[in-house]
Ligand binder design. Structure first.
Ligand code: F6P
Length: 351
C-alpha cells in the first residue's frame, strides 16, 4: 500500500509527532510505503507534484519539534475548479497513492471529504488545531501547548499589571471558540475572561475594573480573539480572497482598550499573543495524544477503513465519519462545567 501524508491548515504543535507515528506504524507493519506531500493539498496541485518518500530515518528525532516537516498551506483548495481537481487526480494516480492521511482542521476534513466524493480518493483524517474546536473531538493535540503558552503570557502580564497598577488586556487565538481563552484565563487567574460564546457588556467590564482600581489596583483581562461586545460586529484583521478559510480574526484587544480607557483612571494596555501560541515544541501531553492519533490512523488504514477521522471521546481513541466533522465547530456550551466554575469563583465573564 502506498500512503500519502499531508498537513493542511495552520501549523500546530504535535504535527510532526503524528507524521512520525503514522509513518513508523506503517513501516513497522511492513508492505507499506509512505509518501510525504508538501504544503498540504498544494503539493498535489502542481504539474510536478511536490512529494517525497518518508523513511524511518526521515521521521526520527522529530517527536518533540514544533511546526510540520512537510510544510502546510491554508489557502490551497483542490476543489476550486474542475481543472485543479483533475490535476490532483492525475498526480494521485501517477504517484500510485492508494490512500491519503490528511492531518488538519475542519476545513481540511471537508476538502478531503469533497475529494473522495469527486475523484474517489480514500482518506483518513487526523484532527489538528490549537483552537480545540473540532466537532466530536474532546481534545485536539496542540491545544495543551497553546494553553501553556497563553498561560505563561498572562502570568507575565500579571506581574507588570501589578507593578504599574494597570489594566492589561491579553488576546488569545481560538477563532470562534473560546477554549484557549477560558482554560488559560483560569490557569493564570485572570480577573475577567471574555469569550466568543458570550457577548460581553462593556458596563460589566468597566464595573469590575473600577472595583479592582479601588482594591487590588490592577486587572488582567483574558480575551479570545472572537469575543465581541454585545450589539457590535467581530473584529477582523483581514479577509484572504480565494482561501477555503478566508477570515482572519485579531485585534479585538485594541478595540476594547479604546472603549475602556475613557472610563478608567488606570492606564489600559493591550497585547495580542498571536502566533506565539502556535509555534514551539509540543507539551508531553500533546506529543502522546498526537502519537496515539497517528498510530490509530495507521491501524484504520491497515484494516481497510477509510472516510473516517480519528478522534478522542471519553478519553478513548476512536473514529467518526469525516462527513460529520466537515464545517462543524465545537464551541463552548453555555452550560459547560468550566464556565460554571469560573462564575462561581468570581471571574467576570462580561455578562
Ligand atoms: O486555527 C488556528 C489559528 O491559529 C486560529 O486560532 C487563528 O485565528 C488562525 O489560526 C490564524 O491563522 P493565520 O496563521 O492564517 O493568520
Amino acid at each position: 500500500m502506498r500512503v500519502g501524508v499531508l498537513t493542511g491548515g495552520g501549523d500546530c504543535p504535535g504535527l510532526n509527532a503524528v507524521i512520525r507515528a503514522v509513518t513508523k506504524s506503517l513501516i513497522h507493519h511492513g508492505q507499506c510505503e509512505v509518501i510525504g506531500i508538501e504544503d498540504g493539498f498544494a503539493g498535489l496541485m502542481h504539474e510536478q507534484p511536490r512529494v517525497r518518500p518518508l523513511t524511518w530515518r526521515d521521521v526520527s528525532g522529530i517527536l518533540h519539534t514544533g511546526g510540520t516537516l512537510l510544510g502546510t498551506s491554508n489557502s490551497a483548495n483542490p476543489l476550486r475548479d474542475e481543472a485543479t481537481t483533475q490535476l490532483v487526480a492525475r498526480n494521485v494516480a501517477a504517484q500510485g497513492l492508494d490512500v491519503l492521511v490528511v492531518i488538519g482542521g475542519d476545513g481540511t476534513m471537508s476538502l478531503a471529504h469533497g475529494l473522495h466524493q469527486r475523484i474517489g480518493l480514500p482518506c483518513v483524517g487526523v484532527p489538528k488545531t490549537i483552537d480545540n474546536d473540532i466537532a466530536f473531538c474532546e481534545r485536539s493535540f496542540g491545544f495543551d501547548t497553546a494553553v501553556a503558552t497563553a498561560t505563561e503570557g498572562l502570568r507575565r502580564m500579571d506581574s507588570t499589571a501589578f507593578s504599574h497598577h494597570r489594566v492589561m488586556i491579553v488576546e488569545t487565538m481560538g477563532r470562534h471558540a473560546g477554549w484557549i481563552a477560558l482554560e488559560s484565563g483560569l490557569a493564570a487567574g485572570a480577573d475577567i475572561i471574555l469569550l466568543p460564546e458570550i457577548d460581553f457588556r462593556l458596563e460589566s467590564v468597566i464595573e469590575r475594573c473600577r472595583q479592582r482600581e479601588n482594591d487590588q489596583r490592577y486587572t488582567v483581562i483574558c480575551m479570545g480573539e472572537g469575543a465581541k461586545e454585545r450589539g457590535t460586529d467581530l473584529t477582523v484583521r483581514q479577509v484572504v480572497q480565494g482561501s477555503p478559510d478566508p477570515v482572519r480574526l485579531g485585534g479585538v484587544a485594541h478595540v476594547l482598550r479604546e472603549r475602556l480607557q475613557p472610563h478608567l483612571e488606570s492606564e489600559v494596555r493591550a497585547t495580542v499573543l498571536g502566533h506565539l501560541q502556535r509555534g514551539g515544541d509540543p507539551t508531553p501531553f500533546d506529543r502522546v495524544l498526537a502519537t496515539r492519533f497517528g498510530h490509530h490512523a495507521a491501524q484504520l488504514l491497515l484494516q481497510g477503513i477509510h472516510g473516517r477521522m480519528v478522534t478522542l471521546q471519553c478519553g478513548a481513541i476512536t473514529s467518526v465519519p469525516m462527513s460529520d466533522v466537515a464545517h462543524v465547530q465545537r464551541t463552548i456550551p453555555l452550560d459547560d462545567a468550566l464556565l460554571v466554575t469560573a462564575r462561581d469563583i468570581g471571574v467576570c465573564l462580561g455578562e
